[in-house]
Design a binder for this molecule. Structure first.
Ligand SMILES: Cc1cc2nc3c(=O)[nH]c(=O)nc-3n(C[C@H](O)[C@H](O)[C@H](O)COP(=O)(O)O)c2cc1C
Ligand code: SF4
Ligand code: SF4
Length: 264
């Protein structure tokens, strides 16, 4: 068993990069996707949650995941949450303290990191990928310093955006009904492998969406043929993933339950 454990959720690699950077900096750390339920099997020094902000709050899958964890055996662990977002918003941290408290843990540290905005279903992808990746790396350094010394930082109070979070997040599961697959699809199944919540099965060589979507945009963003589109909106919007996260990392780390161990 490792000394530290980080749970992450990520569609385009921003949160995975943050999680990997933190894991590499703290001693002896497992990195586990929140796409599937997990049972804690020991006592950890640090337990982390890293995930993107969705609609001024946390993704459904993250909330579901934490609610299935029993943290009571780790009530003395240092628990941290770090959210990534396009705006630098920390709204994704608003409720986590309460949720973790309800599971028998205590949130010690809440951090937020501004990253590239990836919601291609809503807007075109920017051209400042490297600049945003550098800013993300700088901001991650401070968060790492804090987590290394077990710093304490409470989440911000609710922003007014939080009022929209519930209705927004509930509408996402079936939004995959708006996806279409073009003739360019070559049946490679990358979309199915990269989906963090197993919402895509291959049917006759084409992706079929199962309507428990998180709208993480991984399938749209990582398809090598740009064959998946949301309605008629994304055809010309470009595609994005974090420049230092590879497709292999996304797929392997999603599908292995215990993937990264960094020991000094
Ligand atoms: C469905 C969805 C909703 C989002 N909502 C917000 C938001 O409310 N505020 C914000 O700043 N960024 C928002 N974003 C942008 C992501 O939070 C941001 O790009 C994040 O770093 C993506 O992380 P990932 O690469 O690990 O998936 C949203 C992205 C998606 C896909
Ligand atoms: S990733 Fe793209 S090309 Fe590959 S099966 Fe999915 S839609 Fe088709
Ligand atoms: S179907 Fe696409 S957008 Fe929906 S959860 Fe899977 S990868 Fe993300």
């Amino acid at each position: 068993m490792s000394k530290n454990i980080i749970f992450y959720f990520s569609g385009t690699g921003n949160s995975l990069k943050v999680a990997k950077d933190i894991a590499a900096a703290i001693e002896d750390c497992e990195l586990i996707s929140m796409g599937k339920p997990h049972k804690l099997s020991g006592i950890y020094q640090r337990i982390g949650f890293v995930y993107p902000v969705y609609g001024g709050g946390m993704p459904c899958v993250v909330e579901r995941f934490i609610k299935t964890l029993d943290l009571s055996t780790n009530s003395n662990s240092y628990i941290f949450a770090v959210c990534t977002s396009g705006s630098g918003s920390s709204d994704g941290l608003t409720n986590i303290s309460k949720i973790i408290g309800g599971k028998g843990g205590n949130l010690s540290y809440a951090g937020s990191i501004r990253c590239f905005s990836n919601y291609v279903g809503l807007y075109a992808m920017g051209s400042d990928v490297e600049k945003k990746a550098n800013a993300q790396a700088q901001a991650t350094k401070q968060v790492i310093k804090d987590i290394q010394i077990l710093a304490v930082k409470a989440p911000h109070k609710n922003s007014p955006l939080v009022l929209f979070h519930g209705p927004f997040i509930k509408s996402l599961a079936k939004k995959d009904k708006g996806f279409n697959v073009s003739e360019a699809c070559n049946g490679c199944a990358i979309c199915s492998k990269v989906c963090p919540v197993e919402n895509i099965k291959m049917l006759d060589g084409k992706p079929d969406f199962l309507h428990h979507c998180e709208q993480c945009m991984a399938c749209v963003q990582w398809c090598p043929k740009k064959a998946i589109n949301f309605k008629n909106k994304t055809q010309d919007r470009g595609r994005y993933h974090h420049p230092n996260i590879t497709l292999g990392e996304m797929i392997n780390e999603q599908n292995d339950s215990c993937i990264e161990r960094s020991r000094r």
